[in-house]
Unconditional design. Sequence first.
Lengths: 444, 481
Amino acid sequence: MNNFVDRIETSFSNVTSRLLELLRADEELIINLKGENSTFTRFNRGRIRQVGEVTDANLYMGLKAGERRSSVSIPFSGDIESDYVRAEKMLLRLRAELQMVPDDPFIFTPIDGPSSYTRRDTSPAPVQDVVARVAATTELAGLLASGPQVAAFANSKGVRHFFSNTSFFFDYSIFHPSGKAVKATLAGQELVEDELIASIDSTLLRLSTLDRPVQRITPGKYRVFLEPRAVADLVSMINWSGVSERAMRLKSSPLLKMREEGWQLSHLFNLREDYTSRRVPPFNELGELSQETITLITEGRLRETLVSQKSSLEYGVESNGAPHGEFLRSPEVLAGSLRKEDVLASLKDGIYLSNIHYTNWSDARNARITGMTRYAPFLVEGGELVAPLEDMRFDDTLYNILGDSLEALTAEAEFIPSTFTYGGRNFSGQLVPGALIREMAFTL
Amino acid sequence: MTKAREILDLLTPPKGADWFSVRYEYKESTWRGFRDGQLQFNNLGVAEGVMIEVFYQGSFGYASTNDLRQTSLREALVRATEQAQLAAKYPLVQIPLGAVRPSSTGAYRSPVITPHSSKKTDEVCELLCSMTNRAKISPKIVTTEASTLFVVTKSEYASTGGADIQQQFTSTTIDLTVTAQEGSEVQKRSLDGFCGLSKQCGIELLDEDLLLEKTERAATEALQLLSADECPTEKTVLLLSPDQMMLQIHESIGHPLELDRILGDERNYAGSSFVKMEDFGSLQYGTPLLNIIFDPAEEGELASYAFDDTGAPATREYLIKDGILVRGIGGLESQYRSGLPGISAQRACAWNRPAIDRIANINMEPGNQSLDEIVSGIERGVYMQTNRSWSIDDYRRKFQFGCELAYLIEEGRITKLLKNPNYRGITLDFWNSLIDVGDAESYEVYGTPRCGKGEPHQSIEVGHASPVCAFREIEVFGGAR
């Protein structure tokens, strides 16, 4: 067990109990906590560029009285008395705020339901030196993040959740003298040196394919294979309000035509939320436990959207425990039947993409995406890797890429962990296969 | 005495460490949002913490914590020392302390006329409610969202070398999006793009009459866009408004000039740059009309400051002069590593992140032609306004942008409204096709609190000011068919 998590759990339990005792008869409270004790080791040219440790946790309190609500986030240090003093002061401030806000007709309701408890944290292991030693012989840039993370919940109805996990990710690229690179990510609960060395060796082997001269292709439509990491980037675009019930209602979902006009993606494409892996906290910010699986797109048809409690109240539809933002937390694209060893032969003549970069909507109402190739796009001829390619811009719709032009998905899905660290490390990740695309438009 | 100095004084320098610093931050924010007359959120935020940085045998290490008890701070100093020792074992480069951590003293405060506290929660709610209701000028307006973000950040920095800096940043952001729909056509219009209306100021930005007038205009334009023609697909003269120039400057000048990017630090995430070290002083980045300045003192611009987070004093500098690249966006560490001139630019987004090279206030100097003069000189062109989409490659060359609306220019006159305008290009070709730069009349100051970079990730505020600008022979196109 980890000292940081112990401290946070003890203080959270103590502070929330005392806070809930302060509530007035007409008040209800939800409390969330998120924290981490992470080391971040940043590499360039195989050496350490910046290195340090972050100890951070934040408490989020949402107070409700009648039809009014307000919320606050404050630092949470694990020192019981200073945490309590700060939280108590904020409770008073929230009360004052409630006097000045209008009623919310779709106000949240603290749930009365099951609680959960998962502790998978461990004492810190000396991963930094191991990785630094192995990386030092390579032309590598990347980030090693490691340490425990914690999420917790309590409400005035007695629901309690706690989730902690110690994990790491090592997200890196090794560079060829040409400037091209191969990217890889190693992640898990425990870093094993042999696995790290195997990952680096595999990346170096792929790097050797970049020894060939870089070629350029002209704009046009090409047959394409997208590795799982590139497919994950397309799923991230779908996650940009794509399957949110609220976004559908407010006409801002890029997949709106699937709801309003019956447009479809390929019958090969199936997307769901899957919490059975237990990688992410199963509860949302209202303490609701999500369904184990939520099937969103079945054989290309929009079947369900992510519905939060607020959307349920506002639009009269049943909630499926989605978070307030109605974003995917543990998405899975179901695998297909194309075996990994048959990919190049099936691609035959086209472009092999390991990654895509900086995607954005060029026409959201038609789910049209623009983005760039990155790292090591390859020209394939006769089922053989021929040459690395100069980076190209693509501009095409999801209704084509994952729709009319989706020829096959690989039989092997890969877990792509989230390396998102804005505001703090993330628990989530995606399980996705690779995709063979009949034609995709490249423009520049 | 600042809190940073107080903390520094109670800590004993660790054995073997040559120097350490304390950066303390306290931030209060309030974020309120309305949709169609209903409150969506009223969130208060408090963040407080400390970063301790230690220098050991040519390398830095840090430890940051929000536990401000003495015991915890002492532990953080020990951990920062351990991190610095690890860095010294596998250093990318060994840096002389004196070159990168000056012993500056001083202060800065944002120009605030009326503090946030003078506008009560209910007054802000009433304004936001009014704005969303004002937009409902037709049943085709399906939804309107409006929000405000008020932030006050106290940032203090002290070091055993004698640095002692105190800065307080106050910012206000107001955001509005109006969505209109007719059949399968959906169009949105905002106030100057996502968080584009962000300034260092108090509530003086919340001019109710002006905001309601802008809301009504946004709603009117959203409706007009429903029946507008698609932007044509052609190579033509492109005129950009300041609220699109903001993103153009940001993505294709700001980021490529970051020295840490040129040095390869960002290659695994945000990318590299097509700019090479030998380009400084000689590369023709754009036509002689292109003059780009780093201006840390532009009144009210979002990323104004007196010192960066290493203590380097901020002074106004040209980055591009008469089209020639002269200086990079790099703080003292990058300047030492590259041997190139830079600016005071090494900043952290919060107490729990280390300082790295960041875009700050990067502005285009105005020219001497009015908007009317520029338009009257265009035989055929497209005038695009307000960014809604942005994408660029990891070397900052091939970009594509989308805007909320555009107008066709024919024979020197603005003729008709166009929807779904996009354009693409290659950075150096683009800036070398700059043909007109507007005068001070069209110069506007924008900013966004959401520029992302770094590993671990950091989102920070940046500012961009520009007049209208025209470019020749740019590939423009409309929406999907």
